[in-house]
Write a protein that binds this ligand. Sequence first.
Ligand code: DQA
Length: 146
Amino acid sequence: MKKLVIINGPNLNLLGTREPQVYGNMSFERYLEILRKEYPMVKIDYLQTNMEGEIVNALQEYGFQDTGIVLNAAAYSHTSIAILDAIRAIQAPVVEVHISNIYSRDEFRHHSVLSAACVGVIIGFGLLSYRLAIEALLDEYDTTNR
Ligand code: DQA
């Protein structure tokens, strides 16, 4: 797999300024530059949206290509059956990511309705969570078995 897409959900466009004590000081655009330099052989598409249906559309668009999907659906992770159904409907592997440790936060964040449909979940390592998700998706052995 040489193509990936990172899909970020609501309020993640504000990374860098949003609750920096929880999400850090770096914008996602800056982190994406770093990621693209670290993985020059991989095409990394990126999209951020605050709209639930646009996440569903993106999953459907990328989900039938030879593409690994890194998904941080943000608050929709805790609520969205539409996104869960989309992950179940597609063929591409989806790794769920959270920047913060959702288990050390409000109780309503402790459950993600998406996790069961994802190939794996990476939680709580800050922006490094995305890199760890990429590593998992690029791993030949694991992707063969998904
Ligand atoms: C988040 C955790 C969610 O609970 C929250 O709603 C977010 C970001 C994370 O990356 O830590 O917006 O997905």
